[in-house]
Design a protein around this ligand. Sequence first.
Ligand code: FA5
Length: 363
Amino acid sequence: MFLPILMHTFVWESMDMLKELEQLKSDFKTSLSKAATKTHLLELKSVYLGKKGKLSSILKGLKEMGPKERKTLGQKSNEYKREIETALSKKMEALEVFEIDEKLKKTGVDPTYRESLFDLGLMEAGLHPVTLVQREVEDIFLSMGLDILDGPHIEDDYHNFEALNIPADHPARDMQDTFWFKDLKHLLRTHTSTIQIRGMKMQRPPFKFVGPGKVFRSERTDASHEMVFHQLEGMMVDKDLSVANLIYFMKTLLTEVFGKETEVRLRPGFFPFVEPGFELDIRCQVCHGKGCRVCKQSGWVELLPCGMVHPNVLRFGRIDPSVYNGFAFGLGLDRLVMMKYGIDDIRHIHGGDLRFISQFRMY
Ligand code: FA5
C-alpha cells in the first residue's frame, strides 16, 4: 500500500521539476536576448548557473527523488546547463567582436598593425629577452656617461675589415665566415666593431660610446652559436687609458647585470684591431662550471673579448695614437641572455616559440 503512494509522489514531483527546468530555460532565453553588455552576461551567468543561482535551487529537490527520476532529471539539468553555458559564451564572443569593431571605427586605426592592437589594449606585449637585456646594458652604460651609437647591417669591406686593421688577404678575415653580396664589395656585418669606425668618424676624442646590434655569420649552429646574433660594441678613447680601466668597466657591467659579482677569467686573445687583446670568459651559468654543451664541457663561456685599441685603428679614425689611446670590447648579447637566465640552447632565443618568449617580463 505504502510503496505505490510514494512512487506516485516521485512522479508528480519530478514532473514539477521538469516544468521548472523548462521554465528556467525559456526565462534564460528571454534574458539573454535582452543582455547588451558583457557585465550583463556575467550577471546572467551568476543568476542562472551560480552556486546560489536558479538551477542550483531547482536541483536541491533532486535529493528527494527516487533513483530513476534523479537520473533522468540530472541528465536533463546537465543538458540545460551546457546549453546555457554555450549560449552565454557565444554571446560574450559576439559582444567582444562588436566592442572591438566599435573601438576601431571610433579610433580609425588599422587593425592589421600589431601596434594598433597594443594601443587599443586588445593585445598584451612583451619584450624579447635580447631587447630586455640590451636595454638593461644600455642603461648601465648611459649611467656611466657613454653614448649609444648605431650602425648599418649592410656594410662595406672598409668598415668591417680594412679600417679594423684587417687588410685584404689577412688570415684574420677567415675568423668570421662572411655573407658577401654578389658585388663582393658589400657584406652583412660580421661584428659590431664596424661601429668603432663609424663612431670615430663622428666625434673627436675624448669620447666613449656603445653600439648594439645584429651581426651575421655563415656558421654552423649549435647550443651556443647562431648565424644571426647580437653584439654590443664598446669604445672609449682618451689620454692615458689602461687595461685597468678596461677591466673596471667590464666588471662593473657584469656585476650590475647579474646583481652580484660573477666569476670571470681573462686570457690573452688575438684580434687585429686591439693590442693587447683579451678573451673575457664567464663561469657557465647553465652548469655552474660542471661542464655542459653550452660551455663545451669547459665550464667557461666566451662572452666579452676586449683589448686596447690598436694604433692603426686610431689612425684610420684620424686620431693621433701618440696623444690618445683607447679600449674596446665586443659583448655577446645572446650569450649574456643565456647566462643571465640559465638558457641551455641559444636556438631557443631566436626560435620564435611564443611559449618560450612570453616567460620574460612584460612591459
Ligand atoms: C668579435 O666579434 C670582435 N669584434 C669582438 C671585439 C671587439 C674584440 C672589440 C676586441 C675588441 P668574436 O668573434 O669572438 O669577436 O665575438 C664576440 C662575442 O660574440 C663572443 O665572445 C660571443 O659572446 C659572441 N659570439 C660570437 N660568435 C657567436 C655566434 N655564432 N653565436 C652567438 N654568439 C656569438
